[in-house]
Design a protein around this ligand. Structure first.
Ligand code: ST9
Ligand code: ZN
Ligand code: ZN
Length: 346
């Protein structure tokens, strides 16, 4: 029998599970890791000639952003009006929801459904975070889940912490990302008129939402200087949100516990959960990507779940998918550890 073991589950078993998920729920095809495919990609990747090419335009833009963010950080603590401080914090949280509840849990994973007004709301919040349009974001994210830690994963952690964190945005993508990503079915998102609108008007939408309005609102409503408003509420807040998001690709794949599956790189990390408004239960999330909660962390950490639950109460959200407790417990007993789980249900 051609069976390889990775930790406690045989590769053959994993492969069978992945194929079954694809058969039972075709819409979830992008969620399942198929170990046969991972092995094939790793072998193929060795044959692809690849030389890392730095994109100097991005290096310059991110250097400028960090310089501006340092000014904003100082102003945030020592010069900004209290209203600006609160406004900056709210922009970070709600712009963050545009990524977590929107691009991530709704659009990348389809872990719940949302009415058109809610989808418009999330798309508008998503613009505040300026992280590429949702369709592009979700395509990269689906690659990340399906081919985790191979060259088809845009932020492959085997290329190091810095690459997984932000280095991947400073170089051309590996050819395998483009080749494999092209095989993903993105028609569900391409046919969403809300996302088509965002894509069509992306540049003016993000300039307005991420920089112009965050500068104008503090000046107009409570007399903040444009200089301080621009560097705190726009530049520093944008840069901070980026790092909070990037930490899920880096820190949440390196530092923490693996209660649900020992054999994968994602971990449970409470600090990234707090910074990323509820997204650091990453071992849970990679094990059960279809679950809208993305972790077993309590509501006090999982602010995104609070938002989705409140929206459900208001009738804006429905069909929230969760994995049954027995399934989680069975997974833990076979492939994880109960002791580590206790640290994750905080
Ligand atoms: C940013 C995104 O920061 C961060 C995402 C993080 C995700 C984290 C997920 C964690 C879970 C959720 C937690 C959320 C927590 C939030 C907390 C908030 C408080 N498949 O891209 P190009 C093809 S963005 C298939 O130019 P290059 C395609 O044909 C920051 N095909 O590649 C494409 O053409 P088309 C702001 C793909 O030249 C063509 O390649 N944005 C795929 O290698 C060329 O694409 C930036 O900084 C794929 N996956 O350049 C922009 N990808 O037009 C940065 C590509 O048809 N990006 N193709 O799509 C760039 O400048 C470039 O993409 C590049 C690569 C230089 C990185
Ligand atoms: Zn995900
Ligand atoms: Zn991940």
């Amino acid at each position: 029998m051609n069976q390889k073991t990775d930790g406690k589950m045989t590769v053959k078993t994993r492969s069978t599970i992945a194929k079954k998920i694809e058969k039972d729920a075709p819409e979830a095809q992008y969620l399942a890791v198929n170990p046969d495919e991972i092995t094939r990609l790793q072998e193929e990747s060795k044959k692809i000639p690849y030389k890392m090419e730095i994109v100097w335009r991005n290096v310059a833009l991110f250097a400028a952003l960090h310089f501006g963010a340092a000014i904003g950080l100082y102003q945030f603590f020592f010069e900004a009006k209290w209203q600006t401080v609160i406004f900056t914090f709210l922009l970070y949280v709600f712009g963050g929801f545009g990524i977590t509840a929107g691009a991530h849990r709704l659009w990348s994973h389809k872990s719940y459904k949302a009415t058109t007004p809610m989808r418009i709301f999330l798309m508008l919040l998503n613009n505040i975070a300026l992280q590429n349009d949702v369709i592009e974001w979700a395509r990269d994210h689906r690659c990340h889940h399906k081919w985790t830690d191979t060259d088809a994963d845009p932020h492959n952690t085997t290329r190091g912490f810095f690459f997984a964190h932000m280095g991947w945005l400073l170089v051309r993508k590996h050819p395998q990302v483009k080749e494999q990503g092209a095989k993903l079915d993105m028609s569900d998102l391409e046919s969403d008129p809300v996302l088509a609108f965002q894509r069509r008007h992306y540049f003016p939408l993000v300039i307005l939402s991420c920089f112009v309005l965050p500068t104008i609102i503090p000046v107009y409503f409570w007399g903040e200087t444009a200089f301080i408003a621009f560097y705190t509420a726009a530049t520093f807040r944008y840069c901070f949100t980026l790092h909070a998001t990037w930490c899920i690709n880096s820190a949440a794949h390196y530092f923490g516990w693996k209660p649900y599956d020992h054999s994968v790189s994602p971990v449970e990390n409470v600090f990234t959960t707090i910074a990323a408004v509820g997204e650091g239960g990453h071992n849970f999330h990679h094990t059960f990507p279809q679950d809208y909660r993305t972790s077993e962390y309590s509501l006090k950490y999982n602010w995104t779940r609070v938002l989705i639950d409140v929206a459900a109460t208001l009738g804006l959200v429905y069909d929230r998918k969760t994995v049954a407790d027995e399934v989680i417990s069975r997974q833990i007993s076979k492939h994880g550890s109960e002791e580590h789980r206790e640290k994750s249900i905080m």
